[in-house]
Design a protein around this ligand. Structure first.
Ligand SMILES: [Zn+2]
Length: 360
């Protein structure tokens, strides 16, 4: 098999280094390979990571394999080569058998309170059954379990925690006993302290976080995936609910108004932030670059967002950057993404498992 050669600044935690990177048998090497075929030049960035997306899920619930395939290809062709699925009712394990599709880390199916989430998405359970479902999904998934931490309560007329704090704590303990990490959908404030005190591993959205809580997250090593494209829709959710649930509408408006403050407090506290498009969960696939831009517009410096979308997220999820011998998953860009994030929307080359899977 002919080796491929890519030349240019290779980005990673150490900054950039202009190198010739060779691909042999799906691996990256910096050992010169005689006869290698030049396959691309530009800024070479370790494969991008969509840290919150949903394969096999659309507005109405699970979709079939054909649509799931289109979602995975849309992500792949824009350089998202590692997907952290944050809950899907579809069995997408077959994606992991396909060499041409992004690497996938699944969280099984969302677990929510009865009638307290988008219809057809989640296992909907009562508190007493929560640990058993957590164990089931921990065994079905790839090391993560996804809880719906809060959602509108029609009884309360407002956003409210899905379960009592003790039930969340029992769920987290059950997942950890299975060797799985736990993340939770959290829009509001009230759910957060219980989850953090119970040792949750990651929070999704996190618009209700206080300064004290982000400091606790940094201390405990709890990650945050803010999904700015998703929280951008809060005014729409507020308007949809205002007539029947005015308190909920006010809550969503307030959370929207302070989401920048929450995100930047987390960034400044040193919380590990990752980039999640929420594709599939009412968002579309293939738009990780839009989430990168949205996080930058919230105030995160471009180099930090690029790192969060690439090598830092890869390391968090157990994958490599572009070290000697690492999996050859990367994108080649014709401009430095740290200087111009828009280039992430149009990679020159997308290389997955050592093969050029997309080229402009
Ligand atoms: Zn989601």
């Amino acid at each position: 098999m002919t080796a491929l050669k890519f030349s240019g600044p290779v980005l990673g935690e150490q900054g950039e280094e202009v190198r010739d990177l060779y691909v042999v048998d799906g691996r990256s090497t910096f050992e010169p390979q005689p006869g290698a075929e030049t396959a691309g030049r530009g800024w070479i960035v370790p494969g991008l990571v969509d840290a919150h997306n949903h394969l096999g899920l659309e507005d109405g619930g699970a979709v079939g394999e054909e649509e799931t395939l289109a979602q995975a290809l849309a992500d792949r062709d824009t350089g998202a080569l590692l997907l952290r699925d944050c809950g899907s009712p579809a069995d997408t394990r077959w994606v992991q058998e396909r060499e041409d599709l992004p690497r996938l880390i699944r969280a099984g199916r969302h677990i929510a309170r009865t009638k307290r989430y988008i219809r057809n998405y989640a296992h909907e359970v009562e508190p007493a059954d929560l640990p058993a479902y957590v164990v089931q999904e921990a065994r079905r998934g790839d090391g993560w379990v996804k809880l719906v931490g809060d959602w509108i309560s029609r009884d309360a007329g407002d956003l409210a925690p899905s379960f009592p704090a003790e039930a969340f704590a029992a769920a987290i303990e059950a997942a950890h006993a299975e060797g799985a990490k736990v993340t939770a959908h959290c829009f509001g404030r009230d759910v957060l302290q219980g989850l953090l005190d119970a040792g949750i591993d990651c929070l999704e959205h996190g618009t209700g976080l206080s300064v004290d809580q982000v400091e606790q997250m940094a201390t405990q090593g709890v990650a945050l995936v803010p999904t700015v494209l998703q929280t951008d829709k809060f005014p729409v959710f507020a308007d949809q609910g205002r007539e029947k649930f005015p308190a909920y509408a006010d809550t969503m408006e307030t959370l929207h108004a302070r989401r920048r403050e929450a995100l930047m407090a987390a960034h400044e506290a040193g919380v590990a932030l990752y980039v999640g498009s929420d594709g599939g969960g009412t968002g579309r696939h293939g738009y990780l670059w839009e989430e990168v831009r949205a996080m930058h517009e919230m105030g995160m410096p471009a180099p930090d967002v690029v790192a969060a979308a690439s090598w830092r997220a890869r390391e968090w999820l157990g994958f490599s950057g572009l070290e000697e011998g690492a999996e050859a998953d990367f994108v080649v860009l014709d401009r430095d993404p740290r200087a111009d994030l828009s280039v992430l929307a149009e990679p020159e080359r997308v290389v997955l498992r050592g093969s050029v899977v997309a080229a402009r």
